[in-house]
Design a protein around this ligand. Sequence first.
Ligand SMILES: Cc1cc2nc3c(=O)[nH]c(=O)nc-3n(C[C@H](O)[C@H](O)[C@H](O)COP(=O)(O)OP(=O)(O)OC[C@H]3O[C@@H](n4cnc5c(N)ncnc54)[C@H](O)[C@@H]3O)c2cc1C
Length: 428
Amino acid sequence: MQTTAVVIGAGHAGLAMSRRLTERSIDHVVLERGEVAHSWRIQRWPSLRLLTPNWLTRLPGLDYAGDDPDGYMPVTGVVATLTRYARLAGAPVRTATTVHALRAAAEGFEIQANDDVLCTRAVVLATGACSLPAIPAVAGAVPRSITALTPLTYRDPGQLPDGGVLVVGASASGAQLAGEIHRSGRPVTLAVGEHVRLPRRYRGRDIFWWLEATGLLAERYDQIDDLTRARHLPSPQLTGTPQATMTDLNALTAQGVRIAGRLGRVIDGVAQFSGSLANTCTLADLKMNRFLNRADEWATASGLDGELPPPHRFALTRVDLRSPLELDLSSGEIATVLWATGFRPDHSWLDIPVRDRTGHIRHDGGVVTGAPGLYILGMPMLRTRASTYIHGAATDTEALADHLYSFLSNQRPWQGIRSPRPSTIISG
Ligand SMILES: Cc1cc2nc3c(=O)[nH]c(=O)nc-3n(C[C@H](O)[C@H](O)[C@H](O)COP(=O)(O)OP(=O)(O)OC[C@H]3O[C@@H](n4cnc5c(N)ncnc54)[C@H](O)[C@@H]3O)c2cc1C
């Protein structure tokens, strides 16, 4: 089979790209190993809610039109939204179609999907940044009697054996799950490394309102000093509860979660935590306040001080000087370790030499380096800081679809490219 372009993955990024290609009358298919929004159906724990507010859950041609713009969507809502988006956009999704190999071919690319081979001029990798857990090597030294979970395999506290839980990693997933598991009655120790502290609300507005209004989310990948660092920034300690509660370390400590430093080593079954917890927390407080200063300056410059409640600052992170430096994992105190240490993409089926030394695909704002016609979407800070979030797909797909269109236009004529037609807005 032959088609002009292939999008791999029917998450929000792949669906948004499909819409952009349709707008440009580029014939294409979207290959999806499961159903639309497969990651949200299979890989997210059921109690998860988006940490981004509903009004920000927008995609090209689809604005949030529900009755709770300031709420936070549950996983079921995300699945319903993406399923509706695929239908309204008429995305040509082939479900239950797994891509097993992608190779360069004489006129573009050859894709092996299930038992078929597809030939195409352009490919968009939209298979997600969070397909696999990123588990540190130290996990290999944890006693085998301890149950190991990740946010991708965690469902609810009932699945855990009785006993204490060590949650490693205090970004969004780790902080949220430490709280949820502790509420189930299990004692939780949270190992905290570098983290991003942000309040849920500030001066009467959701923190994402400030992140967007100040222009921080729109900062471009090619204008950032340390792009590698920006692309590996931990997710903020936020949760999307209907009560808009805080999920920072002070809130977790008040709840009874025991805070420890970064997990460094496990030797003879004993976990050793870094002694620099206080410094790590001071740095997170400083960075939070730096952003709040920027927010206040922006509000003043925009003449909004009269409309908004006055500026204030949050209590510094309280660090218990008795926080543990060691925890004997073979004593029976800890029954489960939850590795909330991040995620990584799975491009193991990609048979084109486009990776760097660390295994990441080399790209310039989503245009894959050294493979004309190959694009990647859905990576953190792909083109702007918003790329990490659902709404960032709007600008990313616009730019990459334009690039893809130009790329095809400069190719020898082949089937599938027609003149662009205007886009329509879907209301839903
Ligand atoms: C725990 C968690 C919470 C998050 N919370 C938020 C939030 O609150 N707000 C926000 O904006 N973002 C959030 N994100 C970030 C981001 O929106 C999600 O990671 C999002 O799912 C990424 O969308 P995507 O379309 O890039 O990838 P995915 O949604 O992962 O979609 C990729 C698709 O590709 C398919 N696929 C993969 N490999 C193949 C293959 N070989 N062949 C065929 N199909 C394949 C998968 O089945 C999947 O359907 C969160 C992420 C995680 C992990």
